[in-house]
Design a protein around this ligand. Structure first.
Ligand code: PHE
Length: 465
């Protein structure tokens, strides 16, 4: 009876694009390029790709297979796998509840920038202090947050097929074309800097892809490894119940192995293109200095780059932020869907009721997050040494703390308790062969847990790099 009511994706393409929609988000476009710039360009790329094919592949396969096998939301999926492991479902389900409000707050910032460029005011966004002025104002961030949340909620209310699948099928191909277009444009850029030298986007591209071994030490290599690991985790939307939720909507005859590869390729290609789009442009207009701007890259440095392009800057800026919006919305939808599916399963309630509960919760907490830069401003020191506001604290708890714990526990459960063959059999259920089986087994049992422990030690500030 319950099984009958459960929605499912209409086809493999819909599933792949919806899952890629979840994976491709702010992480790919905003976080990946600044990490690549910080960690020696090509060196980071190589490490990231190797980890994606091993570590990322393992976690993604595990979660999607758990979802399809149990046909449950993350809250109940773990209990179905093993009756003593239900607690893990509870922890995993809390993560998207925490993420939703602050992810939508950042989504709201993107809404703001999109409108600024659309209305031809890109030059304002290039002024010093524009970003801080905006996020510390009282109402504007709340309004843009509510717009972003409303759009995401609307898609979730429409359901798995009509909402998530059909939106992803339209948005994801457009996103790919847009990012490819801007990346090509970025490579053709030329600028004369203050010293009178002509700097090209192509030179920036070289810095991006050629590994920089200068001053490379074991310690530095380790930093690159940990950065790439953390990024991969965030980027693939694993360890927060999302891929279990989406996996539970996949039909039993779908070729899981092939879909998983396609999702990974999509996510990695978009991350690579985001770097190819942003790094050459920032390099041409701001030199290496601009590239080391870290998290402020998207909201502070890029608007300056667009402003330096003159009239074209407003157009490119509008396309750019529209694309970021697309990427962020499909991710927010997946976060909300994970929560909604848990509420539906736990209380046997309708999608509309579950969506309303989560929507109202996210609305209230999101407003608190926005006010964290205004009325509720305070400074908090995190164990890793950085100063945080409400948004950063929530990000730290979910991303740095709970996600590695959930991933580690999941690997132990699959590797040692229910055994890797449970996942392998699920992938091969429809008659397709799962590639890299030995690699998968070694990863899930031993190597991934070691990586995850290192990541945890680092974020807890126990192991300093
Ligand atoms: N994977 C998304 C990205 O790369 C981020 C994300 C975070 C998605 C949290 C869902 C939940 O931006």
């Amino acid at each position: 009876m319950e099984e009958k009511k459960r929605h499912s994706f209409g086809g493999s393409i819909g599933f792949v694009l919806a899952a890629a929609g979840s994976a491709v988000g702010l992480g790919n476009i905003w976080r990946f390029p600044y990490l690549a710039a910080k960690d020696g360009g090509g060196l980071f790329l190589v490490v990231y790709i190797i980890l994606a094919l091993t570590f990322g592949y393992t976690l993604l396969t595990t979660e999607i297979a758990i979802g399809r096998k149990t046909k449950q939301s993350p809250l109940t999926a773990y209990t179905k796998l093993h009756d003593k492991w239900g607690f893990l479902g509870a922890i995993a389900s809390i993560i998207p509840v925490i993420i939703m409000p602050y992810y939508c707050t950042i989504g709201g910032w993107v809404v703001k920038y999109f409108f600024v460029f659309l209305t031809g005011h890109g030059a304002d966004a290039a002024q010093d202090g524009f970003f801080t002025g905006f996020i510390t104002s009282q109402w504007e961030p709340i309004i843009t947050f509510v717009i972003f949340l409303a759009v995401s909620a609307f898609i979730v209310f429409r359901g798995v097929n009509k909402g998530i699948e059909s939106t992803s099928k339209i948005i994801m191909p457009i996103l790919l074309v847009m990012i490819l277009g801007i990346a090509i444009f970025s490579l053709t850029l030329k600028n004369t800097n203050d010293a009178g030298e002509v700097v090209t986007g192509l030179q920036g591209f070289k810095i991006y892809i050629v590994p920089n071994f200068e001053g490379l030490t074991i310690g530095k290599l380790f930093t690159v490894l940990i950065d790439a690991l953390g990024q991969l985790f965030f980027s693939l939307s694993v360890a927060m119940g999302i891929m279990i939720t989406y996996g539970s909507y996949v039909k039993d005859d779908a070729n899981l192995g092939k879909s998983i590869n396609q999702i990974e390729i999509f996510d990695t290609v978009v991350a690579f293109l985001a770097g190819a789009m942003i790094i050459p442009a920032v390099y041409a207009f701001m030199g290496t200095e601009g590239m080391s701007s870290g998290p402020s890259l998207m909201f502070v440095s890029l608007p300056k780059v667009f402003a330096a392009m003159g009239v074209a800057g407003n157009i490119i800026g509008t396309i750019f932020f529209a694309m970021v919006l697309f990427a962020a919305i499909t991710s927010a939808v997946s976060v909300m869907e994970a929560v909604v599916s848990c509420i539906m399963d736990a209380f046997h309630t309708s999608r509309t009721k579950a969506g309303t509960i989560e929507g109202i919760f996210a609305l209230i907490v999101g407003i608190i997050v926005c006010l964290g830069y205004n009325k509720l401003y305070f400074e908090f020191k995190l164990p890793n040494g950085s100063t945080a506001q409400i948004l950063d604290i929530m990000d730290y708890i979910s991303n740095n703390l709970l996600m590695p714990i959930v991933a580690l526990a999941t690997c132990i459960l699959v590797g040692w308790v229910i055994k890797p063959k449970t996942v392998i059999e699920e992938v091969e259920k429809s008659g397709c062969k799962m590639g890299r089986k030995r690699l998968y087994t070694a990863m899930v049992k031993v190597i991934a847990p070691i990586f995850l422990i290192l990541l945890l030690l680092q974020t807890l500030g126990i192991m300093k790099l």
